[in-house]
Design a protein around this ligand. Structure first.
Ligand SMILES: N[C@@H](CCC(=O)N[C@@H](CS)C(=O)NCC(=O)O)C(=O)O
Length: 208
C-alpha cells in the first residue's frame, strides 16, 4: 500500500504539485478520485477543493500545507531552503502563485479552454483576450526572476513545485504557448523541471 493517498484528479494543477512533492521526496503515493462537492468531500475539505491528503491518521487540505508536510515528514533532500532570504523568496512565490498566478493563468485563461462557455460550446474569445494582459504580466515577472537564478528561491524548492504545473497547463494552449515561448528564462526553467524525476507528473492528461 502506498504511504500517501491524494484525493483529486491529475488535471488539477494543485493535485499535480502534491504528486510532484511525493515523487521528489521518493514517497510512494496513490491518486484516488473524489466525488466533487459530495458530503464525503466536504467532510474532508469544507471548501470542497482538491487535493486532500491522507497519511495514516493525518488528513490535510490546502496544497501549501500538504507540500510542507510531505517535505518535513519524510527523508530525502529538503525542498525548503535554509537561508532566511531564500525562505522568504520561497514563501513569496507560493503566495504569488496562490493569489495572482493561479487566478490569472488557470482560472482567467486556461479555464476558457477547459470549460468553454462561448457560443456552441466554444471558448469565449472575448474572455480569452481579456485574460491575456494579466497573464503576460505574471509570466514576465516570473521570467525576470529566473534571469539570474535557476530556481525561484535560488535552489529547487516547494515554490517551483507549486508554480510548474500552472505553466504546463497553459503552455500547450495557443496564446499561453506563445507567451511562455517569449520568456526565455521561464522556458529554460521549464526544461529543467521536465528533466527532474517527477517530470511525468507535470502535465495535464490528454483527453481520451
Ligand atoms: N487553496 C486550495 C486551492 C485548491 C483549488 O482551487 N483546487 C481546484 C482544482 S485545481 C479545485 O478544487 N477546484 C474546484 C472548485 O473550485 O470547485 C489549495 O491550495 O489546495
Amino acid at each position: 500500500m502506498a504511504d500517501i493517498t491524494l484525493l483529486g484528479p491529475q488535471a488539477s494543477s494543485y493535485v499535480r504539485s502534491a504528486r510532484i512533492v511525493c515523487a521528489e521526496k521518493g514517497v510512494e503515493h496513490e491518486l484516488a478520485p473524489i466525488a466533487f462537492g459530495s458530503d464525503d468531500h466536504r467532510a474532508l475539505h469544507p471548501w470542497a477543493k482538491v487535493p486532500v491528503m491522507r497519511h495514516g491518521d493525518v488528513v490535510l487540505y490546502e496544497t501549501q500545507a500538504i507540500l510542507r508536510y510531505v517535505d518535513a515528514a519524510f527523508d530525502g533532500p529538503s525542498l525548503v531552503p535554509t537561508a532566511p532570504a531564500a525562505i522568504g523568496a520561497m514563501e513569496q512565490w507560493i503566495s504569488i502563485h496562490n493569489c495572482y498566478l493561479y487566478p490569472s493563468a488557470v482560472v482567467g485563461y486556461a479555464f476558457q479552454y477547459i470549460f468553454p462557455k462561448g457560443e456552441g460550446g466554444q471558448p469565449d474569445r472575448a474572455a480569452i483576450e481579456a485574460a491575456l494582459p494579466k497573464l503576460e504580466h505574471d509570466l514576465g515577472v516570473l521570467d525576470r526572476a529566473l534571469a539570474s537564478q535557476p530556481w525561484l528561491a535560488g535552489s529547487f524548492s516547494l515554490a517551483d513545485i507549486l508554480v510548474a504545473p500552472v505553466i504546463t497547463t497553459i503552455a500547450p494552449l495557443p496564446e499561453g504557448g506563445r507567451l511562455v515561448d517569449r520568456c526565455a528564462n521561464l522556458r529554460r526553467w521549464l526544461t529543467a523541471m521536465e528533466q527532474r524525476p517527477s517530470a511525468a507528473l507535470l502535465q495535464v492528461p490528454r483527453p481520451g
